[in-house]
Design a protein around this ligand. Structure first.
Ligand code: FAD
Ligand code: NAP
Length: 446
């Protein structure tokens, strides 16, 4: 490490963390960045959120690899802030600390039956099929004929699409083998995606809506009556961005299609909210109420229906969690900040800064804005100079076995090598033991 450089700790190695590191290392100040990550693997939701059948999107990691190659960059994986090192310690060891820890849990619906076995947060399912090591013990019973997905965002569409992929479509992805087997063997015939508002108000985007029509193994069904929008939604559509109009064009196509008799069906249901998840021992159905739109809001009517369901995925948004020693806005699930500055020396970026919305690229602008403020503070002499030992010394004293970038490269190489003969981008190591063993194997060899 260069003693005269400014030392910045970035916590969380998802897109926001990597974009922040890139902006810091690309600035005209002399800066070194330590990127601290609780998992042995970097990239956050790019590895563990983005759907495995979207390899081109996951390829954004190549830009992150370029950042990691900068001589001023170091990666400390398997180090959790709050468990292995405290915020107070980091603020002593570094000139500035920037949190980019994302949104680690889900928003609740707050309805009866939400906790029944068989009622899952989409966050759990997504983490499981993507090989997140904290979620591999979960057992999703996909034997029922209907899965219900609550929510009209892109994550809901990811979940619906993953449930509908054929074994051949899954075989070329880096979905975990356990998930491929479970989805291939599922008894699911219908995936019902339930939106509380109408098609114009849905949060999904056209590429994702369009993909539903290209699935080998699933028909997509939309009731033409749901596309009789009513005056208010027609007016909203006329003023909406082109993406919303393209969504509606896709839906109009689907409404006109005759099902081709594919093994599974994705059915889109609008203006409906779950009021209870039903079942004695486990999920057996969902009670839905029909909504009407009042000033753009979903307002319940008296009309109710019950649908049978073997499993429910609640996909109504992610949620940030508080870190000990840091301020936290409970309602928003974010660290309170202005443009990413919490106070001079303490910053945040990404989902923990602005809440759980926006695509990967959104975090670039967001992280750059934060870094600009950090640089302003550095230039104005507002950062309290670091004191004390280094992070390595502190971790060594505590017996924390950090996975350095070379350890991640070993994991990466081992996964890619396992995928190559099968035409898969990688076969993920998905348990802590496997990941740490692969990281250690090469660290020792070097
Ligand atoms: P994250 O990516 O969540 O990264 C946070 C990191 O912080 C994680 O690695 C986490 O392990 C680490 N961390 C958390 N707590 C600690 C701690 N205490 N100590 C150390 N490390 C910690 N966008 C697209 O453009 N295209 C897509 O196809 C797409 N698909 C998506 C699919 C899903 C299921 C989801 C949820 C999002 C998707 N997005 C997609 C959005 C995109 O993934 C997010 O915008 C982006 O990942 C947010 O970046 P982040 O860095 O704030 O958080
Ligand atoms: P989101 O886009 O915010 O969507 C959440 C959905 O849940 C909305 O339809 C919302 O409806 C609904 N909802 C919220 N509370 C509800 C309730 N109590 N009852 C019923 N429905 C409720 O969140 P997300 O799907 O988790 O996605 C997060 C971000 O990641 C988004 O920006 C998304 O675009 C991005 N992402 C992108 C991709 C991609 O580019 N392929 C893939 C996945 C995720 P209301 O609108 O009525 O509130």
């Amino acid at each position: 490490m260069n003693d005269s450089a400014l030392h910045v700790a970035v916590v969380g190695s998802g897109p926001a963390g990597f974009y922040a590191a890139a902006a810091l290392l690309g600035s005209d100040l002399d800066i070194e960045v330590d990127l601290i990550e609780r998992l042995p693997t970097p990239w956050g939701l790019v590895r563990l959120g983005v759907a495995p059948d979207h390899p081109n999107i996951k390829a954004v990691s190549r830009a992150f690899e370029k950042t990691a190659a900068n001589p001023g960059f170091r990666f400390f994986g398997n180090v959790e802030v709050g468990r292995d090192v405290t915020h107070e310690e980091l603020s002593r060891l570094y000139d500035a600390v920037l949190y980019s820890v994302g949104a680690q849990t889900d928003r609740a619906l707050g309805i009866p039956g939400e906790e029944l076995p068989g009622s899952w947060a989409a966050t759990e399912f997504v983490a499981w099929y993507n090989g997140h090591p904290d979620f591999q013990h979960l057992a999703f019973d996909l034997s029922g004929e209907r899965a219900v997905v609550i929510g009209n965002g892109n994550v809901a569409l990811d979940v619906a699409r993953m449930l509908a992929l054929t074994p051949a479509e899954l075989a070329v992805t880096d979905t975990t083998d356990a998930a491929i087997e479970a989805i291939a063997g599922a008894g699911i015939r219908e995936i019902l995606v339930v939106g509380r508002r109408g098609p114009v108000q849905a949060a999904w985007t056209p590429v994702e809506v369009g993909e539903l029509g290209e699935l080998e193994g699933a028909d997509v069904v939309v009731d033409p009556a749901d596309l009789e929008l009513g005056a208010a939604s027609e007016a909203e559509l006329a003023a909406a961005p082109p993406t919303v109009r393209r969504n509606i064009e896709h839906l109009r196509d689907y409404a006109a299609w005759k099902p081709a008799g594919k093994p599974r069906t994705i059915r889109l249901l609008f203006l409906s909210s779950p009021v209870a998840i039903l079942g004695d021992e486990r999920v057996e159905g969902v009670e839905l109420v029909r909504n009407e739109l009042v000033d753009g809001r979903a307002v319940a009517t008296d009309e109710r229906q019950t649908v049978d369901a073997g499993i429910v995925f609640r996909s109504v948004g992610y949620r940030g969690v508080a870190l000990t020693g840091l301020p936290f806005d409970e309602r928003a699930g974010t660290i309170p900040n202005t443009g990413g500055r919490v106070e001079p020396g303490l910053y945040c970026a990404g989902w923990i800064k602005r809440g759980p919305s926006g695509v990967i690229g959104t975090n670039k602008k967001d992280a750059t804005e934060t870094v600009q403020l950090l640089l302003d503070d550095a230039r104005a002499g507002l950062l309290r100079p670091r004191s004390g030992d280094s992070l390595e010394e502190l971790l060594a004293d505590r017996g924390v076995d950090a996975v350095l970038y070379v350890g991640w490269e070993a994991i990466d190489a081992s996964e890619r090598a396992a995928g190559e003969p099968h035409g898969r981008p990688r076969v993920k190591l998905a348990t802590w033991e496997e990941l740490l063993a692969a990281a250690r194997a090469t660290s020792k060899a070097k």
